[in-house]
Write a protein that binds this ligand. Sequence first.
Ligand SMILES: Nc1ncnc2c1ncn2[C@@H]1O[C@H](COP(=O)(O)OP(=O)(O)OP(=O)(O)O)[C@@H](O)[C@H]1O
Ligand SMILES: [Mg+2]
Length: 426
Amino acid sequence: MNCPVERTFADGQPHYGEESGVKKDGTVAHWIVRTSPIRNAHGEIVAAMEMSLDITERKQLEDKLEKSEKKYHEIFNNIPNPVFVLDFQNFEIIDCNESVKAVYGYEKDDVLSRSFLDLFLAGERDRYASKIQPGAELTRVKHINQSGLPIFVNIRISPAEYPGKKVLLVTTSDITKRLETEQQLIQASKMATLGEMATGVAHELNQPLSVIKTASSSFIKKMNQNEPIKGEILLSMLTKVDNNVDRATKIINHMRQFSRKSDMDLEKVQVNEVLEKAFEIFSQQLKLRGIEVVWNIEKALPRINADPSRLEQVFINLLLNARDAIEEKWKAQEVAPGDKQIVLKTYCDGQHVVCEISDTGPGVPEALADKIFEPFFTTKEFGKGTGLGLSISYGIVKECGGHIRVVPHEPEGARFILTFRLPNGG
Ligand SMILES: Nc1ncnc2c1ncn2[C@@H]1O[C@H](COP(=O)(O)OP(=O)(O)OP(=O)(O)O)[C@@H](O)[C@H]1O
Ligand SMILES: [Mg+2]
């Protein structure tokens, strides 16, 4: 059927075909044939010439290639993370794997030929356009899925060759669940801290309340005795009442602000101010326990990029740990002045703002120096510590571009050192 020789005899034209057959040794062979007519002096076709070219090897290679392409396509599709192939210049999505559907909800056809930037929030596209480049790693990026809901992803971008053109290979991993869990943990630990703060706040509120009480009692007494109250005394007392109401309001607002659930919000922060705010709540409590606090502060500290309310949580955790460590060490010992001490030190070393919190507790054994930052590690008795304080502090400091470590094995107590890189331009 379809024999090129017969067709050449029939129409006098050259023909072409591909044929397969079995060789003498039983293996399958493939060849291409070309035919052309041979004419006599009158122009009649008297013969046909057939040339065959063995292409068995090429056929086998093609088969292999197809299988191998299939294999890699399978792998590409079965990678659990979404993978996008982007045009190098305009970030158009040329190809993507099946995991895109699972994570983003989009069918492949929905995203092909669209720009990868369409997955970003409308207001952030310009900003990210310049960051999409070979070798880039973008963390905690907000993408919008098919239902219009935000998801958080980490993105890795690498250069690659696609048949005939340069492309970007983009892998994203969905970290929404992880972030949600982290948020819940942070909030849980914050609530635990808030419980501790309540005691401190009670002490703090006592003072303004007693001023107000003194003033009101004195007025009542004078009124009962029909004694006139001089205008200037009235004014001075009411001013005191007013000031102390303000003070109480400030303390309450501070608590409210602290307990609010908030996304990480980086802004320019003066570490000293945050440290003072964290300390404010515990000042009375520490005083009552005979713990002296020494301030060793560099006044003109440059600002760093951080979330002030989260950073305050870190300092509160560290202060509470210092308080517990000191109590632990000195509970059964004779105490001399200066024995129970927390030293707060801040300084700038040119590239970093450094904050040190030292105490005169038992210190941290060398073997535990890393372990204490692990979640749920605690040496405190059951019901007292959750072991979350330091692990959450570690995460927060890292998010603020900083680092926290403990200097182990100091006989005089523990020293926690927090280092924050200065933002560009100081
Ligand atoms: N200043 C310190 N001195 C000595 N040991 C410390 C100090 N700070 C922390 N540690 C050790 O690290 C452990 C973990 O601290 P972390 O703040 O993470 O949890 P916790 O204080 O035990 O509990 P939580 O803070 O959740 O109430 C503590 O149990 C303690 O053994
Ligand atoms: Mg703690």
